[in-house]
Design a binder for this molecule. Structure first.
Ligand SMILES: N[C@@H](CCC(=O)N[C@@H](CS)C(=O)NCC(=O)O)C(=O)O
Length: 203
């Protein structure tokens, strides 16, 4: 049985979503923000002392998007396609982690995560500008197609939309990116996403 460690109110949300998309049986082991994630038992799974982490038999993994690639690989096509499309999945997943997430987090920390007194409007604006530059790229990629790789939803969509979820939920202005907005809505209203969001958005 796959064991996911974390809370839906963290990046573990992405992994819950991917596990639901994969249709694999999994167990969510609740681990929230606090000393538990720095405890020796958890450090064996994630030496960074962060969540999420995953165990699948003898395999222990950290990094939310790596966990998602593992889950998708277990499910196979169409969630994890074969051939060149597998490489495209890696490209968009690494792009989400290295290009999109830093800008999205710069905006997030300075608009809704940090206490109001610690937010820097200049940093928020820089994060928004960085994110908009990446959304321009995404807008061009989506073109007239439904999903990132074409007409088939893959784990690349789940990974990128998972990274963008915080911006979407906190009303980042997507007005200039109509295809991105429509694609995100499609992603976030899939049954698997709704199941994960029900946990994430519960009071
Ligand atoms: N790149 C990592 C980031 C993990 C991460 O920063 N997790 C946050 C929760 S969303 C955390 O555990 N923060 C606690 C801390 O940094 O002490 C991933 O995607 O899994």
């Amino acid at each position: 049985m796959i064991r996911l460690y974390g809370t839906p109110k963290s990046r573990a949300f992405r992994c819950i979503w991917a596990a639901e998309e994969a249709g694999l049986p999994y167990e969510l082991i609740p681990l929230g923000f606090g000393p538990g994630m720095k405890a020796p038992a958890h450090l064996k799974l994630n030496p960074n002392g962060k969540i999420p982490a995953m165990e699948d038999g003898a395999l222990a993994l950290f990094e939310s998007l790596a966990i998602n690639l593992h889950l998708a690989a277990k499910a196979g096509p169409p969630l994890m396609p074969l051939g060149d499309d597998a490489s495209r999945v890696l490209q968009w997943t690494l792009w989400a982690a290295t290009e999109v997430e830093p800008a999205a987090m710069q905006w997030a920390y300075n608009t809704y995560i940090r206490p109001a007194a610690e937010r820097d409007p200049g940093q928020a604006a820089a994060g928004a500008a960085g994110l908009n530059a990446r959304l321009d790229v995404l807008e061009g990629q989506l073109g007239a197609q439904s999903w990132l790789l074409g007409e088939t939803y893959t784990i690349a969509d789940c990974n990128l939309a998972g990274v963008l979820y915080g911006a979407w939920a906190n009303k980042f202005d997507l007005g200039g990116h109509t295809r991105v907005k429509a694609w995100l809505e499609r992603c976030l209203h899939r049954p698997a996403a709704l199941a994960a969001r029900a946990l994430r958005e519960a009071p």
